[in-house]
Design a protein. Structure first.
Length: 420
């Protein structure tokens, strides 16, 4: 059998000016030292789509120790797979990874969860171990060539999201790839190909085997990636929502048009407003997800005018999801107070003293963020929002945030979520 050769082409839309200067210099330096080096992954995909990449990952034949020898600003990270991070003055970090080997399935062809991923490989093996064909393109800025081992260029042209290799196998190896499929399809508008969709439907229960913090992180990425509305629609359609957030999927399948529309509008507002910038607490994003079903729940219960009752209902609604997704305590606290403060805000009446009392609550600024989203999505009164906004900075009582009860998961990597 002839050795597979990649497609190499300079017929593409990437121009050198779109490439991060430091990434270009790093690749040139690696070449000068005799190593192959390429841009890879999301950056090549986004450049070919005419979008500005979030980051410029580099892949090379140089081993981590070689990279450290060549670059003074290098820090090696990762136990499972050693990676080099190059640190630049403006806080920018470029990731330089060594070509990895393809993981092997077990003997009977059944794929297993990948647990060890620490073998170096070739450009081809590195391309093939990636998740989707459009995520596996290499770009050499010095020769201006795009190098395609897996048919990614063709799929990019056809706007298809396709796993590299058999989708059932690839989703069993790493179930988080199913959520990544939804995220990328939603962001790019690409179609997940039919075998991929079928595999998600058949393998969706495998999500339960995935590392919970990764699942939680993917849900958050969907919400602040600029395509949350479409992501949740797709997750619902493919049966993933039923596994991750059965309470929301059950509520959606009751088929009440208005609340479902409110949820869609809230997510679309988040998409339009943040466009991928993480400018709001993750707990606020989650509260938008739960608000319509919570509102439904309390609307018919006169007892819910009592804050303690409302709080209890919120806890009953959120509790199972908080435990299932091991939501960090802080997010659970924010989420709960966002929900019950919406009711207190609605009940406060016109008196300023009563309003100030609501505004003194620890969770009030976050609740205001949700109210702002609701005002836009539900077409609520903007003057009313402005009046509440004027109380954003009233002094708040000190004390522990009221987040007792659930959660207890650790905050996923990435630290503080609010970057205003
Ligand atoms: P984003 O724009 O969200 O950063 P990305 O494609 O760069 O998208 P990353 O999560 O940053 O996604 O991962 C970088 C690259 O690493 C991917 O493009 C893909 O090639 C590879 N990759 C990431 N996660 C996986 C996975 N679970 N399985 C296989 N390959 C993966
Ligand atoms: Mg990336």
């Amino acid at each position: 059998m002839p050795l597979p050769t990649p497609v190499r082409t300079t017929q593409h839309t990437i121009s050198l000016g779109d490439i991060d200067d430091d990434a270009y210099r790093v690749i040139r330096r690696l070449h000068q030292c005799g190593f192959e080096a390429f841009l890879v992954g999301g950056s090549v995909r986004d450049l070919l789509l005419g979008k500005r990449p979030k980051d410029f990952d580099i892949v090379t034949g140089a081993r981590p120790n070689d990279v450290r020898r060549i670059f003074r600003n290098c820090r090696l990270i990762g136990r499972r797979f050693r990676l080099a991070h190059l640190l630049f003055a403006n806080g920018k970090v470029l990731e330089v990874a060594t070509f990895r080997a393809e993981p092997f399935g077990t003997e009977d062809g059944e794929a297993d969860l990948i647990t060890d991923d620490n073998e170096f490989g070739t450009p081809e093996s590195d391309a093939r171990r990636r998740d989707f064909t459009v995520n596996a393109l290499f770009y050499d800025p010095q020769s201006a060539e795009v190098i395609d081992w897996v048919g990614g260029l063709k799929d990019l042209e056809a706007r298809v999201l396709r796993t590299i290799g058999e989708p059932v196998t690839r989703f069993r190896e790493d179930p988080v790839r199913m959520l990544r499929a939804v995220k990328f399809a939603a962001r790019t508008g690409f179609q997940i190909d039919d075998p991929g969709r079928a595999a998600i439907r058949s393998e969706r229960k495998q999500l339960k085997k995935a590392a919970v913090p990764r699942l939680y992180e993917e849900v958050l990425r969907m919400l602040w990636g600029g395509a949350g509305a479409r992501s949740f629609e797709l997750m619902d359609e493919l049966g993933l929502l039923e596994i991750l957030l059965p309470e929301i999927s059950a509520w959606l399948s009751r088929g009440d048009r208005d609340p479902a529309e409110t949820l869609r509008a809230l997510l679309a507002t988040i998409d339009a407003k943040f466009q991928g910038r993480q400018a709001v607490e993750s707990g606020v994003l989650l509260s938008a997800l739960f608000w319509p079903s919570f509102h439904d729940l309390v609307r018919d219960r006169p007892g819910a005018r009592d804050p303690a009752v409302a709080r209890k209902l919120a806890e009953e609604l959120i509790g199972p999801a908080a435990i299932r997704l091991r939501m960090p305590r802080k997010d659970v606290g924010t989420l709960l107070s966002c929900l019950d403060l919406q009711l207190r805000i609605a009940q406060a009446g016109p008196k300023r003293t009563a309003r100030i009392q609501v505004a003194r609550h620890q969770g009030f600024p976050d609740a205001l963020d949700l109210l702002a989203l609701r005002t836009e999505a539900e077409g609520l009164d903007e003057d009313a929002l402005a009046e509440w906004e004027s109380l954003r900075d009233v002094p708040r009582a000190f004390g522990p945030p009221d987040d007792e009860g659930f959660g207890g998961g650790r905050r996923p990597r990435g630290g503080r979520r609010r970057r205003r």
